[in-house]
Design a protein around this ligand. Sequence first.
Ligand code: ADP
Ligand code: MG
Length: 591
Amino acid sequence: MKKESNLKRLLRYAGGYKYLTIASWILSALSALVALLPFVYIWKVIKEVLDAAPNYGDVQNLSHNGWMAVVFAVAAILIYIAALICSHLAAFRVQANMRMRAMHHIVTLPMGFMDGIGSGKVRKTVYESSAATETYLAHQLPDKANALATPVGLIVLLLVFDWRLGLLSLLPVAAAFIIMSIMTGKRMAKKMEEYNNALGQMAGEAVEYVRGISVVKTFGQSVFSFRRFKEAIDNYEKWVIAYTKDLRFPMMCYTTLVNGIFAVLVAAALVMASGGVTNEFLLNLIYYIIITPIITLTLTKIMYASENKLIVADAMSRIDSILEMEPLPETDHLKHPKDNSVELSGVSFRYKDAERNALENISLTIKPGEHVAFVGPSGGGKTTLASIVARFWDVNSGSVKIGGVNVKDIPKEELMDTVSFVFQDSKLLKTSILENVRMAKPDASREEILKALHDAQCDDILEKLPQGVDTVVGAKGVYLSGGEQQRISIARVMLKSAPVLILDEATAFADPDNEAKVQAAFSVLAKGKTVLMIAHRLSTVTGADRIVVIKDGKIADTGTHGQLKDQDGLYAEMWRQYNKAAKWKVGVSNA
Ligand code: ADP
Ligand code: MG
């Protein structure tokens, strides 16, 4: 089955504005034809002058015809502007609709999707892909219609007054094209491909180079250390110079011929007029000589009427990559969780395109109100396990239940009200702190929000900010450290007060003061709730009801701190390492 063309698909995004796009093509083509009309009036002007000669006082319609030429020239511009207005209205509508479609789709996707790809990249994809279609719809297509209509009108204009002179003026054009195609024809396609390859390679290396710029800066290396980038540029340069030299001769012939049409006409006229000239012939000759630059102009216009289909195809496929992602399925037998327990039975999960399971046959029951800490080596699957409880992803096999109900059967909103997540890297929006916290509960009063902030140990943050709780995050001069941002997002979760809490502890804190405050905020937050805590420092897990050690996607050990630290397992080893590291730190700071 042939895929629908990109243009068709773009027009479907346009909805009713599709007709504006089509109107823009028609108007643009029309403008091309109207732009030729002044030449008819110029012909009339020349004719009248020649007819009246030598009694130039007899001319009657000279200024009328002159003005008509101006009127049509202006009209052509106005019609072209109208075409552009139509095409822009449609192009902007297409852009807006593409973005809307993508955004509507994104909200139905698993939460993990945003985490996996990164919200920045998603935004960029949606924004830039839709924007990339603008030039194509708003400019390139109408210009193409214009460039196609011009030669049609021009040929009529050339043949209608004196077909012999008309054909003569087309002769050099035909010769130019024949020379061009003989000299470049077959090789051209291959050359274009090579050119695109060289360009693509250079662009690719440039991206790599920019990615690695921090390394270059850190190690003080010069540009030349990025050998491949330099090679790509050199390669491109070599190619372009060779290509240019190759084209020099054909291009010279082409340009000479196309610009020398009048010379052919003059030479031909000398031959044709050997038996004496009529007024009519003189008129047409002058007219054709005047009009020849338009032929040159038209050819140039067609040659450069580029249509960047590649950019559009690329943009469409990038948007499609988002639209083709499957939304989380909704079941039709929705149920409500009975309590705040969490139960995983035989859960296996594999990330899309991953080679092995991130979770392997995990079974675990967490009682309502129990505090469970997850520890283990990095990459073991702790974050993944927590994510599937909040249904950021659906498991491949086994089941995840909250309050005895499979998370797939819990209504989306209810699941969101039941489970809260404090991420490692909490994201704040560029709005006031008050509004950032209010997001969790849109109808919360200012007092409620202030209390949540207080409970989350944010008082010191509010004090140091110029407008307190109304300070806009990210405004000029407002800087919040990672730990401070995390405390504010704890306040957010505090306000929501969901009964099941998932805490992903930040891996590193800049200062111990912040760390202590985040810990204090966590413990206020955790009171009376079922807590799944991903801990990176063992100091924070000793008080947990249960510790689950996760390694290679499996549960390696489980028990309390007291039980595990004396067993000969991974946890005991981690605990020894932790203590050694702690002592070492103390030793260093005492030195
Ligand atoms: P932990 O939190 O214990 O450090 P994770 O749950 O983040 O471990 O990762 C478990 C495994 O899953 C790792 O092998 C990791 O590379 C992989 N993984 C994590 N997130 C993704 C993702 N979005 N896409 C693909 N693989 C992932
Ligand atoms: Mg993690």
